[in-house]
Design a protein. Structure first.
Length: 72
């Protein structure tokens, strides 16, 4: 029997396009992810809230890729 795949929410954002951009970055590094819409549709150009989810085993790799670079 195949076990269901569990996802964890890595980040939430107030605009879907931001989550889509993060998803593209993760895909470039072969980290599976998905974007879930969290609310109402776009309002005055603000976009709709969304969540970026990854598999639990990819959590730390994804967080490192999406974190800001440290300044020297």
């Amino acid at each position: 029997m195949i076990e269901p795949v569990s996802w964890i929410t890595l980040k939430t954002t107030s605009a879907r396009w931001k989550a889509d951009l993060m998803q593209q970055l993760l895909a470039a590094h072969e980290i599976p992810s998905r974007v879930l819409d969290l609310g109402i549709s776009a309002y005055l150009g603000q976009g709709s809230p969304a969540a970026l989810q990854v598999y639990p085993q990819d959590r730390w790799s994804a967080l490192l890729l999406l974190s800001p670079q440290e300044e020297e």
